[in-house]
Design a protein around this ligand. Structure first.
Ligand code: GLU
Length: 375
């Protein structure tokens, strides 16, 4: 129960990343392949798997409009992305339409996953889209992201998203079927690695050398392993495989060759471990006794259960949670600043909007962002 999953058919929340070379060819999108991918995603969704798609290809699809192949300067790439992104979304929208799946576009920048305040917003939006049954399609916001503030490759972006939404599986579809001990194109002795339960420095060295240029697009094997490490820390299994197969996701279920990197912890356990060890409280929230019981039963902390707030902190900060006697009961990430909590304490969530002048989150600390001290 506590460890990462091995099988795609077990996935509850899945992030699928598709690379530029799969999405586009000769400046146009590969509609037949996208239709097969859509059929596979429809099939997984009908089995109860929630899916998020991270799609590259905006720059590849947009560059033809600029008449430059390939765009070199940053602003040319950014312009190409601005041109290609709607083409990409139209192609995906058409591919999913026969399955009655509506697509939603979310363009993220590095800050949306690295800054905890923005991370809370991006996560809430993605959760809302998933609840609404639509298919979120994510890409980097290439048009505004500059080198210092870019993920640069969608492998790592996909892994960050997987961690943010507690996905239990990340599939990186590219043009190689996984990791090898040597370059399979030149060395007969090259052995395919089908399973890893750890990403060691030896493995990273392997990816940095012989496998490095094994993929087209921005992400070679190095970035795939970097992505796998990010996912691993979040309790999310990564599958690196060849996407050119017909029906590429069913192919995985049917045993297509792939490298699986399986973490020892599930997303829930990994998050709990992370919350326990990484949060350095910037302030304290005092709960009333009703709220103590509620959070100990697994509920979120609502404004009505807060009797006091101590210290100055911003939205997205770590906070200590204490009972009316001042005993520490746990810690979590606050969805409100200390100043806002001071105004909201003891009130019903509905009253918050009128008081703050904006509609915030219903919970002060969401149950997913809360870890209790062992009693
Ligand atoms: N965001 C880029 C695009 O849509 C792709 C990045 C990558 O290849 O990983 O064109």
């Amino acid at each position: 129960m506590g460890s990462g999953i091995d099988d795609l058919s077990q996935a509850k929340r899945l992030v699928v990343k598709i690379g530029s070379a799969l999405v586009s060819e000769a400046n146009t999108f590969r509609s037949a392949w996208l239709e097969q991918l859509a059929a596979d995603i429809a099939f997984l969704r009908s089995n109860g798997t929630q899916v998020i798609l991270v799609s590259s290809g905006a720059i590849a699809l947009g560059r033809a409009f600029l008449g430059k192949t390939p765009p070199k300067k940053l602003e040319e790439k950014q312009a190409a992305a601005a041109l290609g992104q709607p083409v990409l979304m139209a192609a995906l929208s058409n591919a999913f339409a026969p399955h009655d799946i509506v697509v939603a576009q979310a363009l993220l920048t590095l800050d949306d996953t690295e800054n905890r305040r923005r991370w809370l917003n991006a996560r809430a939006t993605l959760e809302t889209l998933l609840d609404a049954g639509v298919l979120p399609v994510i890409n980097e916001n290439d048009t505004v992201a500059t080198d210092e503030i870019r993920y640069g490759d969608n492998d790592r972006l996909a892994a960050r998203v997987a961690g943010m939404i507690g996905a239990d599986m990340l599939i990186l579809l590219s043009d190689v079927d996984g990791l090898y001990t040597a370059d399979p194109r030149t060395e007969d002795s090259a052995r395919h690695i089908s399973h890893l339960s750890e990403v060691t420095s030896d493995i990273e060295r392997m990816a940095g050398g012989i496998n490095q240029d094994a993929a087209i697009g921005s992400g070679g094997m190095t970035t795939k392993l970097a992505a796998a490490k990010i996912a691993y820390a979040a309790g999310c299994t990564t599958i690196i495989t060849q996407g050119r197969e017909t029906y590429p996701l069913r192919a995985i279920i049917d045993g297509a060759r792939a490298t699986r990197i399986v973490p020892p912890l599930s997303p829930d356990k990994a998050r709990e471990t992370w919350l326990r060890s990484h949060l350095n409280p910037k302030g304290t929230i005092i709960l009333d006794s009703g709220a103590v019981t509620a959070v100990q039963r697994g509920a979120s902390l609502l404004p009505v259960g807060v009797s006091d707030v101590i210290g100055q902190f911003e939205r997205g900060s770590a906070v200590a949670l204490k009972d009316p006697e001042g005993t520490l009961i746990g810690k979590g990430i606050s969805a409100y600043s200390a100043a806002d909590i001071a105004q909201l304490k003891g009130l019903h969530s509905d009253a918050a909007e009128a008081i703050l002048g904006y509609r915030g989150r219903p919970a002060i600390v969401h149950r997913d962002d809360l870890v209790l001290d062992k009693v």
